[in-house]
Design a protein around this ligand. Structure first.
Ligand code: DGY
Length: 325
C-alpha cells in the first residue's frame, strides 16, 4: 500500500516550478486565484494539513495559531522576514517555523541600490516628465539630483542583505557606516565604521539604508527625532519593512526639504500605504519587489520546500528553522 502524502496548504499562488514540486511531493492544496486568506479562512483551509507554505502578510498571528488544527506541524514561509508569523505562539503549539534566508540577498540588495539611485537622481520626476509628454529637451539645470558616488552610507542592520548593500555601495566609492546588534569581524566589516549606538551613526549619513528586520525594537525606529539627526539633504532608503519607519515623520521631512528624497520598496500596512506618499515628487516608490526576480522567487520556493520536505518527509529538522526569541 502506498503511503499517503502529507497535505500542505499553499496560502498564495507561488511560481509554477515551485507549485509543481509541491504538488509532486505533497497532497498540495493550491490557491491558483491567489485569494488572500484572513485568519478564520486560513484555519478552515488548513483542515487535515500537516504543513502550511505561507508568505509575507499572511495573518499567522497568535489568534490564528491558536485555532489551527492539531494536524499542522510546520509553517514554512516563502520569505526571509517572518514578522507575520507568531513564532512564540507556534512554539507553544509545537509547530515548527522556517524561513528562506540567503537566496534573496542579492535581489534585495540590488533593489536597495535602485532605490538609492532612483531617489538621488530623481528618477520618478524624470520618467513622469517623459511619459506625460512634458520633456522639452535637455536643459543645463534640468532635474539636478544628488551625487551618489563618494558619499557616506549608513546601514541600519548589517546582516546578509545589509552587507550585500555595502558591497555594492563600495563600487560607488561610498564610505560605509553601520549599526548592528553585534560588530562584524574585520573580514566582513571590510573597513566600514561600526556604531554601537545607531543614533550616533545618523549624523554621518548622506544616505541611510534600512536593512533591519521588523521587531518590537525597530518598530517606527526612523522617527522625527532621528530624522532630525540626519544631515539636511540626506536620503532615506527602505527595502526591509515599512513598519521600521514612522510614515508621518518621513513624509513631513520630505515635504519640508530636510530630506532630499527617499527610495522606498516596503510600506507599513501595505498595500494600503500612507496617502501622503502619493503626492511626493521626491519619493521613488516601488511595490515591495525586492525579491521579485524569477530566479529568486523560485529559489525562495525551493528553500521553503526543502524545509517542508526535510520535516514532513524525512523526519528531520527544517534546515532554516526559526527560533522564538
Ligand atoms: C521577504 O522575504 O521577507 C521579502 O520581503 C518578501 O516577502
Amino acid at each position: 500500500m502506498t503511503k499517503r502524502k502529507p497535505r500542505v496548504l499553499a496560502t498564495r499562488h507561488f511560481p509554477p516550478a515551485v507549485e509543481a514540486r509541491l504538488a509532486a511531493n505533497f497532497d498540495a492544496v493550491l490557491n491558483p486565484e491567489d485569494r488572500l486568506y484572513d485568519g478564520p479562512a486560513l484555519i478552515k483551509a488548513t483542515e487535515g494539513c500537516a504543513g502550511i507554505m505561507c508568505a509575507a502578510g499572511d495573518p499567522l498571528n497568535a489568534e490564528t495559531m491558536a485555532g489551527l488544527p492539531a494536524s499542522v506541524r510546520i509553517i514554512a514561509t516563502f520569505s526571509v522576514g517572518y514578522e507575520h508569523v507568531d513564532v512564540g505562539a507556534a512554539a507553544k503549539r509545537n509547530i515548527a517555523v522556517s524561513n528562506t534566508p540567503d537566496v534573496l540577498t542579492d535581489a534585495t540588495a540590488d533593489i536597495a541600490l535602485l532605490c538609492m539611485l532612483g531617489a538621488a537622481r530623481r528618477a520618478h520626476e524624470g520618467t513622469t516628465m517623459l511619459r506625460t509628454h512634458n520633456w522639452v529637451g535637455w536643459e543645463p539645470t534640468q532635474l539636478m539630483g544628488t551625487h551618489v558616488t563618494g558619499k557616506r552610507l549608513g546601514i541600519l542592520g548589517m546582516g546578509r542583505i545589509g552587507q550585500a548593500v555595502a558591497d555594492r555601495a563600495r563600487a560607488f566609492r561610498m564610505t560605509i557606516h553601520y549599526s548592528n546588534r553585534t560588530r562584524l569581524p574585520p573580514g566582513l566589516e571590510k573597513g566600514a565604521t561600526f556604531h554601537a549606538n545607531a543614533d550616533d551613526m545618523l549624523r554621518h549619513c548622506d544616505f541611510l539604508s534600512i536593512n533591519a528586520p521588523m521587531t518590537p525594537a525597530t518598530r517606527k525606529w526612523v522617527n522625527a527625532e532621528r530624522i532630525a539627526k540626519l544631515p539636511k539633504g540626506a536620503i532615506v532608503v527602505n527595502t526591509a519593512r515599512g513598519g521600521v519607519v514612522d510614515d508621518e515623520a518621513l513624509i513631513a521631512a520630505l515635504n519640508s526639504g530636510h530630506l532630499a528624497a527617499a527610495g522606498i520598496d516596503v510600506f507599513d500596512g501595505e498595500p494600503k500605504i500612507h496617502q501622503g506618499y502619493y503626492g511626493l515628487q521626491n519619493a521613488f516608490l516601488l511595490p515591495h519587489m525586492g525579491s521579485a526576480t524569477t530566479e529568486t522567487r523560485n529559489a525562495m520556493g525551493f528553500k521553503a520546500l526543502d524545509n517542508l520536505e526535510a520535516f514532513l518527509l524525512k523526519g528531520e529538522l527544517p534546515p532554516d528553522l526559526v527560533k522564538a526569541s
